[in-house]
Design a binder for this molecule. Structure first.
Ligand code: ZN
Ligand code: ZN
Length: 585
């Protein structure tokens, strides 16, 4: 949720800070920095108070008992908050701040302007019924074992107070929903009911709360169930009406604006789309060359297919034969982590802090179902907690499903996945981000930078010789990279260029070599999101191109390790701001 025209403003700020106002004294900078540090503290406390829903997901806890009713009053208060803090922000000049505070300044500004744009222009609250769902937040409170059960239940009791008003406001807000978001809302709200009919009730039974309190919470749970069902009925009625639905395609103008706020790139969405198309073509020609060279090794005596995309697909399918066993899958991942760390150290790519070890574990049950592997990192309010690499178990898969999973995450691709998620991808970036002590960057971290870094490291590691320059490794890497490249192509294609479902499936299956289930899942996801799918490729492309430019400029003096460490030292700030800071030094 971020904006557009502000970015031009920020560019101007940067220019003026470099060109004209370099005369500022350093003591002045220190004073303004101190003042800005205080401002940030005041701002973030006020932000949590204004948006209790966000604070809950950041582990702030203080406002967990408040469920904000999403009505016109709440929107007016939000608007007022954003305008007032933008006003206070304008007391500061970028060139008076340290690099860390400069990026914080820009990120706060972007966040506030983005909120205003969402409220007054994008207005997703009018067309996305799935924005309204209380289950996730209640579940989050309920499963937090750091807090005694009775306290959790008391918080839940207070939070249940506003549920009926919440759904009443939701119904009032919905003016022109998309069919896709309406169906999703029904499905997700229905899926959340059991929290109130079973999970909370079961917890009440084992709690030590007095009878009256328990009774009170039980009654409110029943009412919550009624409110959710009422909302589902309302949406079902809307589905049955003959009235037309709003298209899920947001169109060029809104897509460009959302791209500017979310990605915070030097490029427009259109330029990024064009870069992705060109990138796809160059990958295809590399893959064709490699497949042709490898052909006799795997298909002795057989003619390669004339269509190069068909040939590549055949080669990839054959290479996927090399994979871990169902039993050995977890260890295959676990054993790779020290290998990756060793390689990074030997090749002098990045300093890895030995005091922040990464623990590989089987994903805890309540976190399963979202991804095959993920990083659980300490949030800004519990920095000292350990970092885990969660691997979703495949023990309970049928043999057929396990085989298909193991072929997809085969011997080669599993290594690319570990680079991306762990070392030197997400995990390493997070360790550096935690050293840049900014709550602003933790809370408003830029997704394109975070994902872009992880995607960048995949290619960087292979370039440095990880996997011994084996063409099989490169082929699998390219297939993986086609996924993020095509995410950008179809996201822009669907929302701006009216790509049909068939067109999208053709791209994903024939040009990115995906299976039907992955491709249809991606189509659905693209109808339920905008711009997010662009973040991976956009961040990757900007980081990679920036590095190449610096390499050219510095020649032999270019130091890859120094580049990586400086790049990560600013925390999870947008690549564009990091570039400006690095260019200035
Ligand atoms: Zn097999
Ligand atoms: Zn990632």
């Amino acid at each position: 949720m971020r904006i557009t025209s502000i970015l031009l403003l920020i560019c101007c700020f940067l220019l003026s800070s470099c060109d004209q106002q370099t005369a500022t004294t350093s003591s002045n900078t220190v004073n303004r920095d101190e003042s800005f540090n205080t401002f940030k503290e005041v701002f973030i406390e006020a932000y949590w108070k204004q948006y209790p829903g966000h604070s809950l997901w950041q582990g702030y806890r203080k406002y967990d008992h408040i469920l904000t009713v999403p009505d016109a009053n709440a929107r007016a208060a939000s608007r007022k908050f954003c305008k007032s803090y933008l006003d206070r922000l304008s007391d500061y000049k970028l060139n008076q701040l340290s690099p860390n505070n400069r990026t914080d300044f820009q990120m706060i500004k972007n966040e506030l302007e983005s909120n205003l744009w969402s409220l007054d222009k994008f207005k997703q609250y009018e067309w996305s019924p799935s924005s309204y769902n209380i289950a996730g937040s209640f579940n989050r409170i309920l499963i937090n074992r750091d807090i005694p059960l009775d306290d959790r239940l008391k918080t839940i009791g207070q939070r249940l107070e506003n549920v009926r008003d919440y759904y009443a406001a939701a119904e009032k807000n919905i003016k022109n929903p998309t069919k896709e978001y309406t169906e999703l809302a029904i499905q997700q709200n229905r899926g959340g009911i059991s929290i109130f009919t079973t999970k909370i009730i079961d917890s009440l039974k084992v709690s030590k709360l007095d009878f009256k309190t328990k009774e009170n919470i039980s009654v409110k749970c029943l009412q919550a169930k009624g409110a959710i069902n009422g909302y589902i009925d309302f949406l079902n009625t809307r589905l049955k009406q003959k009235k037309a639905f709003k298209s899920f395609r947001i169109g060029e103008a809104l897509f460009e604006e959302k791209f500017k706020f979310n990605i915070v790139s030097e490029y427009t969405a259109k330029q990024m789309f064009e870069k992705a198309v060109a990138h796809k073509q160059s990958i295809h020609s590399e893959m064709a060359k490699m497949s042709r060279a490898l052909w006799p090794k795997y298909f002795k005596g057989e003619e390669p297919p004339a269509d190069s995309l068909v040939m590549i697909r055949k080669m990839i399918d054959r290479i996927a034969d090399k994979h871990a066993t169902k039993e050995g899958y977890f260890d295959a991942i676990k054993n790779q982590i020290p290998e990756l760390a060793k390689f990074v150290k030997e090749k002098n790519l990045l300093y890895l802090d030995p005091d922040k070890p990464l623990e590989v574990r089987v994903t805890p049950p309540f976190q399963r179902g979202f991804s095959i592997a993920s990083i659980s990192a300490p949030g800004p309010y519990d920095k000292d907690a350990p970092t885990f690499y969660n691997v979703s178990p495949i023990d309970d898969y049928s043999d057929e499903r396990a085989e298909s999973h193991l072929r997809e995450y085969n011997h080669y691709l599993l290594q690319v996945l570990n680079i991306h998620e762990a070392i030197p991808g997400h995990y390493a970036q997070l360790v550096y981000a935690n050293k840049s002590p900014s709550i602003i960057k933790s809370v408003f971290g830029n997704g394109a930078m975070i994902e872009g870094w992880a995607v960048y490291t995949e290619k960087m590691m292979l370039e440095e010789g990880y996997g011994d320059h084996e063409p099989e490794m490169w082929l699998m890497y390219y297939k993986w990279n086609l996924r993020v490249t095509c995410n950008t192509i179809i996201d822009y294609g669907i929302h701006v260029l009216d790509y049909s479902e068939q067109q999208v499936l053709d791209i994903l299956m024939n040009e990115a070599f995906q299976e039907t289930t992955e491709a249809t899942g991606k189509w659905r996801r693209a109808t339920l999101s905008q711009v997010q799918l662009c973040s991976y490729f956009s961040g990757f492309k900007e980081i990679y191109d920036f590095r190449e430019t610096l390499k050219q400029k510095k020649g032999d003096a270019f130091d890859l390790k120094a580049f990586h460490e400086q790049f990560l030292s600013y925390g999870s700030a947008p690549v564009k701001y990091v570039k400006a800071l690095m260019d200035g030094e």
